[in-house]
Write a protein that binds this ligand. Structure first.
Ligand SMILES: [Zn+2]
Length: 165
């Protein structure tokens, strides 16, 4: 007697599906069919994953919205200028600037040896850079390097060969 090719599986989701297991070796079919019974059927699996993906997307969008609101409130509080660039670059640049400047403060003043007066100068320099793209470019930088980067861009502003204008 030949080993069955089609196995009826009662899936964990409650659906009963006939599976064509002819592609499997004859001695593997029973084990595979047993393994399938512990799982949801393909349709239910897809639906569950689509729901997961949608939930993740929603969560990411909500988190980004919160970060955006935080960045804007921070810019108001610290008198940071509006950024210039495309709409998308401006929103993203605001988030990068907020993260970078607050992380730099944490590294240099809160945990480092900078005093507030020295920090105030760095913060002033940050206020002069209103190009969203510049902040995006620095997003992976070590926050402690921010004052040096700001000094470089403010120097460049004074020279005639300013790549940022
Ligand atoms: Zn199902």
């Amino acid at each position: 007697m030949a080993v069955r090719l089609t196995w009826t599986v009662n899936h964990a989701c409650g659906h009963t599906i006939d599976h064509d297991l002819s592609a499997r070796r004859a001695d593997e079919r029973a084990g595979y069919a047993r393994w399938l019974t512990a799982r949801a059927c393909t349709d239910c699996w897809r639906t569950a994953h689509a729901a997961d993906a949608a939930a993740t997307k929603e969560w990411l969008a909500a988190r980004r919205e919160q970060e955006q609101a935080d960045a804007e409130a921070w810019a108001d509080q610290y008198d940071m200028p509006p950024l210039a660039g495309s709409e998308k670059a401006v929103a993203w640049g605001q988030r990068c600037r907020h993260q970078l400047v607050t992380a730099a403060y944490q590294a240099l003043v809160a945990e480092g040896d900078w005093d507030e007066a020295r920090w105030a100068e760095a913060e002033d320099a940050a206020r002069t850079v209103d190009r969203a793209g510049w902040w995006l470019d620095q997003r992976d930088t070590d926050p402690a390097d921010l004052p040096e980067l700001l000094a470089a861009v403010t120097d460049a502003d004074r020279s005639t060969e300013n790549p940022y204008r």
